[in-house]
Ligand binder design. Structure first.
Ligand code: SF4
Ligand code: SF4
Ligand code: SF4
Length: 338
């Protein structure tokens, strides 16, 4: 195992065990090993014994912040929506946070979805997560039976093959363009600070699409989403998508059809991306979980790029900065309004 990640794993286990034993938190959201090689699955530890199962490695590809609002709510005493919050302190939840995960926690705080005093953040620097599709293309899609990670490589083997692959060659694209590998919010540190990544161009894919004509851009978009099966995994895994009823599930009014008609699928992707404008942290979970390999992060990255150009701000990096699309000022430009 990677020396760096095994040290972080040990520190997480020990800290979470202490927090749960002292009843400072009621639960902790982290990861345990998955059932397949090169997988880690999100896990809620609720007892000191559970803490011994926690891990941190380059396969923790799902942003755990998605579980935070519902978990906090589940720990509150049942009440009707109109009832006031119960008096006295409510149970706290601990969560593991890398740079982008912590930025999503910051957004949830800014959007009043969670209360800071109920969240205990274990922050760790992150050297990037592995893209299974990149690994698959290096080993020609052969089945991996065993895998382990070292600090700068992963070793994979299966029937008739064994490969050592440089980590840098198989990191997810969002990790390769990450501007914030260290947590922006943290109560306890696990592991050390990691150096910032030097990124010359954070939006190479966006630039490529922007350089095309309108027709070609539309052709790219239609082609990209043509294999979407509307499973909504991209929405379900996103920590920004906490709406009690998503627009795609509404039936009165029905904003978008449920079919695989290209018009319906286009509306789903365009609206979902716009709902993430100024909020997306480039965590990559949506793209990672898509079973069809759709690069929908190009859309959210285009909006991130525009928000940086227009507002000079980036989602979740500064928790005191006003949210660009939900903050009104009388000096805002209004000439675009009809
Ligand atoms: S896609 Fe939009 S409406 Fe649906 S859950 Fe996400 S933010 Fe809410
Ligand atoms: S839209 Fe995708 S990349 Fe952006 S925060 Fe949501 S899951 Fe992460
Ligand atoms: S995860 Fe992929 S297939 Fe599923 S709705 Fe999203 S883009 Fe479509």
């Amino acid at each position: 195992m990677s020396q760096i990640n095994s040290k972080i794993t040990e520190e997480i286990r020990s800290k979470v065990k202490a927090l749960l034993s002292a009843e400072e938190i009621a639960a902790f959201v982290g990861f345990i090993d998955g059932t397949l090689p090169m997988t880690a699955r999100p896990f809620t530890a609720r007892s000191p014994e559970d803490a011994d199962r926690l891990v941190f490695n380059s396969f923790c590809v799902v942003n755990p912040a998605v579980y935070l609002p519902p978990l906090l709510k589940s720990l509150e005493p049942p009440r009707r929506p109109t009832d006031p919050l119960p008096e006295g302190p409510l149970p706290k939840v601990g969560i593991l946070a890398t740079g982008c995960w912590s930025r999503n926690i910051s957004i949830q705080l800014q959007e009043n979805q969670i209360a800071r005093e109920r969240v205990v953040v274990l922050g760790t620097g992150c050297r990037g997560m592995v893209d299974m599709r990149k690994v698959g293309s290096i080993i020609d899609g052969r089945e991996i039976e065993k895998a382990y990670e070292l600090d700068d490589r992963i070793s994979v083997s299966g029937k008739g093959f064994s490969e050592e692959i440089l980590l840098e060659d198989v990191l997810r694209d969002n990790c390769l363009t990450c501007i914030c590998p260290n947590p922006v919010i943290m109560d306890h540190r696990v592991g050390g600070q990691v150096p910032d990544r030097r990124v010359d161009n954070r939006f190479p894919f966006v630039d490529e699409i922007e350089s095309k004509s309108l027709d070609k851009r539309w052709e790219w978009f239609q082609n990209e989403i043509s294999s979407c099966i509307r499973c909504y995994a991209c929405r379900n895994v996103c920590p920004l998508c906490y709406c009690p009823t998503c627009f795609v599930d509404d039936s009165r009014p029905q904003w978008v059809g449920k079919s695989l008609d290209p018009a319906d699928t286009s509306i789903f992707h365009i609206l979902r991306a716009f709902h993430c404008a100024g909020r997306c942290t480039n965590c990559g979970s949506c793209e990672t979980v898509c079973p069809m390999g759709i690069n929908m992060r190009v859309l959210t990255s285009k909006l991130t790029k525009d928000v940086i150009d227009l507002y000079g701000t980036e989602a979740g990096v500064d928790s005191d900065a006003p949210l660009p699309l939900t903050t009104y000022s009388e000096t805002d430009r209004q000439d675009f309004m009809v």
